[in-house]
Write a protein that binds this ligand. Structure first.
Ligand code: UGA
Length: 446
């Protein structure tokens, strides 16, 4: 199939690369000319394991094309995915202006219908399927349809569909290629057939539903996962008070198949470009629809408080933060990505700096992006350099390489053998044996 992907961010690039790997011809579009120029020259704008190889291979095979022309893509492709960003507005609502612009641009470029009635008929030339893949509030599909109808020239044949994406950054390709399920929201047989055909190579259950339900599945899934994280973080607060172990509690809960072990990792709170924004947008659309989603408001509150909780732990263990040097390991919002959007690590660093701390930080991938948002931080070439002459070590992101550090060396480098582990990366007993004061989340301080 010829497929257009409008918006070459995390989701767009991964979707485009994976669909081309499966033998489709994919046009990845972006209005950022610099980005498109870079992509044409093999420059991948994000760090995502495996993505570069996948893009290079498929560009070489001429199945993956980068362009800034929506017109070319719409003319060449029957299925057009919208994968532009839906950032959050000040009032919490999703900013749909990028979707609006793309929908209008698609509309003016839709080929004229050769069918006098303009009715959808399978196999007829000129038909286009416009699929929203960006995370959007419920009822956006209807709105997209209105925008297209308001901008089309003459008779055209098209459908709008919803096909939310569930991939995670850091493991995007594996998630895309091996999804738990594929959700398709459609209103016509031709749309259903086209998307079913496109997803045929995937070995996953297909949930075919209407557009509004598909849109809701995405918001509800992210909101539920964030709720799991805030739930276990709230439990970590109780564990902390009574000396229980949140890791053991999570395991004991998660082995119940109805609960499941995933997304029960306590820490410094969730971040990233999805959960915080999607929760805000879901609360905002619920308010608009007349439902006060108090549960999700609490999920957000617990997440914000978790950062205060960790900050207080650092403060308690250092007595005074002002003038202290803190070595920080991890800047990205999670491992295996260079993404720092809404990173709890960055939030925590800013709080510590405000209190007068000096920061020495290291991250395997996110230093360049962090330089743009953090002033006055000493960025280090490795974990050991961040430890050198620091008053304590803070673990803010659980990169694998932080699991393998030489702790005897770290003990010698630190001014004081104090580790505050915001991700419960280490065994408390082992740290104690090595001679560290070890403070973690929802576990006994040692
Ligand atoms: C999330 C969802 O997991 C994806 O399914 C979804 O497609 C994506 O949002 C999206 O809407 O685009 P992502 O933001 O890439 O994916 O990252 P996650 O792995 O979900 O982690 C989100 C945050 O939660 C991170 O800050 C992570 O550190 C935190 N987290 C995750 C915890 O604190 N504890 C956990 O147990 C799991």
């Amino acid at each position: 199939m010829n497929i257009a992907i409008i918006g070459s961010g995390y989701v767009g690039l991964t979707t485009g690369a994976c669909f081309s790997e499966l033998g489709n011809k994919v046009f990845c579009v972006d209005n950022d000319l610099k980005k498109i120029k870079g992509l044409k020259n093999g420059l991948i704008p994000i760090y995502e394991p495996g993505l570069e190889e996948l893009i290079t291979r498929n560009v070489r095979k001429k199945r993956l094309i980068f362009t800034s022309s929506i017109k070319d893509a719409v003319r060449s492709c029957k299925v057009i995915f919208i994968t532009v960003g839906t950032p959050v507005l000040d009032n919490g609502e999703a900013n749909l202006s990028y979707i609006e612009n793309v929908a209008a641009s698609i509309a003016v470029n839709l080929p004229a219908s050769t069918c006098p009635t303009g009715k959808h008929q399978a196999g007829m030339n000129g038909y286009r399927l416009i699929v929203e893949k960006s995370t959007v509030p419920v009822e956006t599909g209807e709105w997209v349809k209105h925008i297209i109808l308001a901008n089309v020239k003459g008779k055209v044949r098209f459908d709008v569909a919803s096909n939310p994406e569930f991939l995670r950054e850091g493991q995007a390709i594996n998630d895309f290629m091996n999804p738990n399920r594929i959700v398709i929201g459609v209103e016509s047989k031709i749309a259903r057939d086209l998307l079913s055909e496109l997803y045929k190579p995937f070995n996953a259950p297909l949930v075919i539903t209407n557009i509004k339900s598909a849109e809701l599945i995405k918001h509800a899934s992210n909101a539920f996962l964030a709720t799991k994280i805030s739930f276990i973080n709230a439990i970590s607060r109780i564990c902390d008070k009574v000396g229980a172990d949140v890791e053991e509690v999570a395991k004991g809960m998660g082995l119940d198949k109805r609960i499941g072990l995933s997304f029960l990792k306590a820490g410094i709170g969730y971040g990233g470009s999805c959960f915080p924004k999607d929760l805000d947008a879901f609360v905002a659309i619920s308010d608009k629809l007349g439902y006060d989603f108090k549960l999700l408001k609490s999920v957000k509150k617990v997440n914000i408080e978790q950062l205060d909780f960790v900050f207080q732990k650092i403060k308690d263990s250092l007595s005074l933060i002002k003038g202290k040097t803190i070595g920080v390991l991890g800047l990205a919002f999670k491992p295996n990505t260079d993404d720092i959007r809404n990173s709890a690590a960055i939030g925590l660093i800013k709080m510590l700096q405000k209190e007068g701390a000096k920061i020495k930080a290291y991250d395997p991938q996110a230093i360049e992006k962090s330089k743009q948002v953090l002033a006055g931080v000493t960025f280090c070439p490795d974990a050991y350099a961040a430890c050198l002459a620091s008053d304590c070590l803070l673990i803010a992101t659980e990169w694998d390489e932080f699991k393998e550090l030489d702790f005897s060396r770290i003990k010698e480098l630190l001014k004081r053998p104090l580790i505050i582990d915001g991700r419960n990366l280490y065994e408390a007993k082992a740290m104690s044996k090595l001679g560290f004061s070890y403070i973690s989340i929802g576990r006994k301080n040692i």
